[in-house]
Structure formats: structure tokens, C-alpha cells
Design a protein. Sequence first.
Length: 288
Amino acid sequence: MYEDLIGPFLRYGFMQRALFGSLVLSVSCAPIGVFLMLRRMSLTGDAMAHAILPGAAVGFVLFGLQIVPMTIGGLIVGLLVALGSGIVSRFTVQKEDASLAAFYLISLAVGVLLVSWKGSSVDLMHVLFGSVLALNDAALTLIVGVAVITFLALAVFWRALVAECLDPLFLRSVSRIGTPVHLIFLTLVVLNLVGGFQALGTLLSVGLMMLPAAASRFWTNEVRAMCVIAIVIAAISSVSGLLLSYHASLPSGPAIILTAGVIYAVSALVGTRGMLPTALTSRRHKTA
């Protein structure tokens, strides 16, 4: 048992780097996912994950699979998509969800075409699904930097972020910080998606952000506790997914997200706010 669970991380440097990168991503992405969920913006995270693809693709076309150009490109385009969809929704009759969907679909198509035009199917799979087992020093530095920025921002703007989740109109009525905090939060979303891009790719990076956050909702109703539980679930998913990938010869990124999906299903079923406890409580009330 020890050899199966600990051995791969002791013997192989690439497993150690993958573990470190995925755990740092878990600590950084999971709290952002909680706030996305509480804001009812869960699908916004998915849209933004797709939106960074053309920027990363431009970096790939110009410089190949180098982390700095791809990261800068993804960050710039992700912020432009967030800003563009917000402007369209603010100055036209179209709602933000529809404008964001339009922007991210266009971005996804452009990104896939750029990568396909310049590279091979292997390059396209790398960009779309990442390669957590091939994280280098630059990628790990980026991931750690994003985590530090995220934690500093959460520490400074925690109360404002919580207030905007619970009652954004109240926050805007008593303070002018509402709009800046919203923009800061969107920037954190893009940063974490860009950070997860190298490990899990554009299509799966949002999975480590949203699945643990959604699962945590079945265990508690307090924001701080949800963030902690989401981090724990993301970390367990990362470790379990890497071990599953190693022993079963599966792609590492999908294995991590699949493990998070299993934990979500279990939480939805047996969590303290899940289906079974809720059904039992309702039945007791009816018979009382």
C-alpha cells in the first residue's frame, strides 16, 4: 500500500513536480471557484477558460510551446473578452451571459484554428488539455505567483467579495468599491485560469476551479468553510488523479478532473446538505 501511494512521488521527479503544481493550483483556484458559484457565475469560469485560448495560440504561433508568450497572450485576451462582453451587455439589450457566450465561442474557434494552422494534433491536444506531468520551472513559478497574488487579493478584499456575493446592490449603495472589486475578481479568475492552463489546458483548468467548489456547497453554508473544504477536495482530487494516472496509464489532467467529479457526486448524495440527508430530514418532519 505504501509503495502504491507514496512510491511514485518518491521515485520520480516529474511526479513530484506535478504534485506540487496541482496542489498549489488547488489552493489558489478552489476559493475563486467558490465565489464564482456564489455569484451564480459558474459557467462564466468555463467561458473564460475557453476565451484565453486564442491569446495562448498567438503566443504558440510566434514562439512555440513557451510558457511566457502563451501566458501573456492568454492573460491579455482573457481580460479583453471579459471587458468586451461587459461593455456589450452594459450598452446593448443583450444580457451578459449571452454576450460572454458569443465572445468565448468566437475565441475558441479562432484559437483552435491558429494552433491547427501552425502546429500538429499533438500541439493542439497539449494546448487544450495541458500536461501536468511535464511542468517545468517556469510553469511552476507562474503557478506559485498566481497563488500568491490570489491570496493577497482575497486577504485584502475578502469582506467586499463576500458582500458582493450576498448583496451586490447593497454594497454599491454604501460604497464605491463594488465595481472595482468586481473587476479585480474577474482578473483573479483569468489569472487562475492562465495558471492552470499549463497543467490542465484550457478545457480542463476550470474543472479544478468549479467541481471542488460545487462539492463544498453540499457540506456547509458558510463561505470561509466552503473555501477550506473546496481546497481539501481539490487537493485530494489532485493526488488521487495523479496516482490513478500513474497506475492505470491514463491522461493525468482528465484523471484529476474525473476524480473531482466522483467526489462531487458523492457529496451531492451524502453531504450534510446533499440529497440523502435532505430526504431523511424531510421525512422526519412529515412523520413528526
